[in-house]
Write a protein that binds this ligand. Structure first.
Ligand SMILES: *Cc1c(COP(=O)(O)O)cnc(C)c1O
Length: 376
């Protein structure tokens, strides 16, 4: 490569993309095991039967995978009780989201979503040349569906509803979602991103597949990355009207979901009883952490996911640094707050120690400035 030659310029939009900051292991602290609770990963090893399926599939790696994901879509079809024509797969549901935007949006079209929400949304939208319309969450960290409906214009093509919402853990209810869909024009596609569905216990949570039966403009987005613990293999899927699902298969990367991932997902679906046990344990741990935090005096939005949200505002970087000092990586979001995954029990314990110390310090600092104020 000659030193003075410049490569061709890339698209200007690339310079405007928000940085997607992947979680990383914290700096080592002597005497402490490091934990990364910044990416909502599952702390469990693969479900029973999955490693054997992975080994067997790996022996065939000289072959292309089934581009149509036939066996996986058949397994999903049986599991979900929907025809396989309604299912489209991708390399994680982030990729499927990209296929949705690519299938629906021309340059300049609008995509509405709540903010703060999943950080992959603005990137997928900008890369497609579409336009993000971000609608602020309510003060209690929930989707403002009324404001989102009011933001619909002639050029709105897609609306993203993340429930439970990443990073705040809140849900929209079934009633709220149905009322919302009643006022959304049928020409607008509404994506229900249920990446954390399995961790939900609220009976008011949406029955998204039932909603899809009533509304052909709905897409349900799910993943094997979180509850199923296959984040490293990259498999997600959409359930949609057959015409939409076909469009998503057209915009997908050909042979995207590799054969190891396809087999691992099928084996994971077969291990649903073991999955339930793990999910129950993680949910119990989440509830225990939330109760302990409430006991410490924290007022946090109730989480229906495998993480908790600390709306710390300007204190966000300091809190993240306090965690880092204890070899715990959490996920800070600018001046909004910190998201912490419910992972290993030891990580939860350490988080609770840090939050207790933080509360204690905050309490003394609240007293000190007042004491320092000179009298009238
Ligand atoms: C983690 C997550 C996903 C899933 O990502 P994958 O690409 O399937 O690993 C999708 N949506 C939200 C909101 C998430 O937090």
């Amino acid at each position: 490569m000659t030193r003075d030659a410049s490569p061709p310029p890339t698209r200007p939009v690339l310079a405007t993309l928000p940085a997607y900051r992947a979680g990383r292991l914290p700096e080592p602290v002597p005497g402490l095991t490091a934990y990364k609770i910044s990416s909502n990963e599952n702390p469990y090893p693969p479900l029973p039967g999955v490693l054997a399926a992975v080994h067997a599939a790996a022996e065939r790696m000289n072959r292309y995978p089934d581009m149509a994901n036939t066996a996986l879509r058949t397994a999903l079809s049986n599991y979900l009780g929907v025809p396989m024509e309604m299912i489209a797969c991708g390399t994680g549901s982030v990729a499927v989201l990209g296929h949705i935007i690519d299938a629906m949006c021309d340059a300049g079209d609008e995509v509405i979503y709540a903010w703060r929400s999943f950080e992959a949304y603005p990137i997928a939208i900008a890369l497609a040349g579409a336009f993000s319309v971000q609608v602020p969450l309510t003060p209690d960290h929930r989707h403002d569906l009324h404001a989102m409906a009011a933001s619909i214009t002639e050029t709105t093509k897609v609306i993203l509803v993340c429930t439970p919402n990443n990073p705040t853990g809140t849900i929209v209810t079934d009633t709220e979602l149905r009322d919302f869909l009643a006022v959304v024009p049928p020409r607008v596609l509404v994506v229900i991103d249920e990446a954390y569905l399995e961790f939900g216990t609220d009976p008011e949570a949406p029955d998204a597949l039932a909603i899809l039966r009533d509304h052909p403009n709905v897409v349900v987005l799910r993943t094997f990355s979180k509850a199923y613990g296959l984040a490293g293999l990259r498999v997600g899927y959409a359930v949609a009207h057959p015409d939409i699902a076909e469009a998503l298969r057209m915009t997908a990367t050909p042979f995207g979901v590799n054969l190891v991932a396809q087999e691992a997902a099928i084996a994971s679906l077969a291990a649903r009883d073991d999955l339930q046990v793990r999910v129950k344990e993680l949910v119990a741990e989440r509830d225990r952490v939330e109760a302990a935090l409430a006991e410490q005096g924290w007022v946090l939005p109730p989480s229906q996911a495998n993480f908790v949200w600390f709306p710390l505002g300007e204190q966000t970087p300091d809190f993240a640094a306090a965690c880092e000092e204890q070899a715990l990586t959490v996920r800070p979001y600018a001046s909004d707050g910190v998201r912490a995954t419910i992972g290993e029990s030891a990580a939860c314990e350490r988080l609770l120690e840090i939050t207790a110390a933080w509360r204690a310090r905050a309490a003394t600092e609240e007293v000190e400035p007042a004491a320092a104020v000179p009298g009238p």
